[in-house]
Design a protein around this ligand. Structure first.
Ligand code: NAD
Length: 352
């Protein structure tokens, strides 16, 4: 028997390479906005001006910090209020989208998101804020961007290694959506197509970093991955990465990239349907083998030790993960199993 409940988040997507400025202007006009705050980090300043230069901009805001520290969010909120802003535009990766979400959370201002990485935050209603070493996340209708403008040309400047890590972050949304607590057949269908698109796109980016074909597939896959993740919720993989990111301040996308093969290898033997779907999406005989082949082609990051995690942090991290294991994970999780998984991910050995 098939029985489920699924909520689709209301959001327009405009996808077109080389069309970001035009599509963004159309969205701002549709909102009737006349005092826009454009959030774009210092590094993407030039790109931001090229895309949003024609808008009625009341404020350019460049203070963007990973994981959205509360004081950074407060300054952006105050700037939005002081300038009587009526819409927010975010141009950048997940950190930039995250700051726009933090402003929308307290002001209710509408966001138009222009992503330049494959993190996928633009397609979720999830916000995150950091206070000291503590990261808080939540969901709220107000933070879901009203529209997303995708333009593969904007991601060409993303270095290949970061593109790979970011794309594998999207792939992790897909894989985890197969068994996350609220996963339903629609999420699984979106996730499978997301895996297929990323499997095609990421090797093309490595082969031809300045081409747009691979980057179009990757952006499309990133969107699908985020739709699936927003609906399905955090599975074991995301819980592990959340713990590691918080405890050791590790880089977001790379941490996801390293952990993913280990979680897939752990859960796959107990997740028949997911295992089959993932294998088909990889066009491989087995799910784990499909992911391994992709990692080899991408020269993907493999070890947490390379990202700065201390080996003596493994035990504490394993204990913290055990406290947040999602209900319904296909395979029972023990402290010994998580410790072994983290040890292998730390060393960068093949998943067991
Ligand atoms: P990021 O936004 O921090 O960007 C990483 C680096 O890439 C930055 O230095 C940035 O300046 C640079 N960059 C971005 N676009 C570029 C481009 N086109 N060319 C050259 N450089 C570019 O990293 P991220 O991985 O995109 O996002 C990570 C953050 O997003 C984390 O805080 C994570 O928690 C959050 N996130 C949230 C959700 C959600 O649903 N709320 C989903 C995914 C990620």
């Amino acid at each position: 028997m098939m029985r489920f409940e699924h909520v689709s988040l209301p959001q327009r997507v405009r996808f077109g390479t080389g069309e970001a400025a035009e599509n963004l202007a159309a969205e701002i006009e549709a909102l009737g906005a006349s005092r826009v705050m454009v959030i774009v980090s210092d590094g993407e300043r030039e790109l931001g001006h090229a895309v949003a230069g024609g808008l009625p901009v009341a404020r350019w805001h460049h203070e963007v910090v990973m994981h959205v520290p509360l004081e950074v969010a407060e300054r952006a909120r105050q700037a939005a209020m002081a300038e009587h802003v009526d819409a927010l535009v975010s141009i950048g990766g997940g950190s930039t989208t995250g700051l726009a979400k933090a402003v929308a959370l307290t002001t209710g201002l509408p966001i138009v998101a222009v992503p330049t990485t494959y993190a996928g935050s633009e397609a979720t209603d999830v916000w995150g804020l950091t206070e000291g070493a503590r990261k808080t996340t939540g969901t709220d209708d107000r933070v879901l961007p009203r529209a997303v403008v995708y333009d593969a040309a904007l991601t060409i400047g993303l270095p290949v290694q970061l593109s790979v890590a970011s794309g594998l972050n999207a792939l992790a949304h897909c894989v985890d959506s197969m068994w996350a607590p609220r996963a339903d057949p629609i999420d699984r269908a979106l996730a499978a197509e997301g895996i297929r698109a990323l499997r095609v796109g990421l090797p093309l980016i490595v082969k031809e970093p300045t081409g747009t074909e691979g980057r179009e597939h990757a952006l499309y896959g990133a969107y699908l991955s985020a739709r699936a993740f927003a609906s399905a919720g955090s599975g074991l993989h995301h819980k592990i990465c959340h713990v590691l990111g918080g405890m050791f301040n590790l880089p977001h996308a790379q941490t996801h990239a390293v952990v993913l093969p280990h979680v897939l290898a752990f859960n796959a033997p107990c997740a028949d349907d997911a295992r089959r779907r993932i294998a088909v999406a990889f066009d491989a005989p087995q799910a784990v083998e499909g992911l391994r082949r992709l990692y080899d082609r991408l020269d993907a990051p493999r070890a947490l030790r390379d990202l700065g995690m201390p080996e003596d942090g493994i035990d504490a991290a394993a204990a913290a993960v055990l406290d947040v294991v999602p209900s319904g994970n296909p395979r029972p999780v023990t402290l010994a199993a998580i410790t072994e998984l983290l040890q292998a991910a730390w060393e960068g050995t093949d998943p067991r």
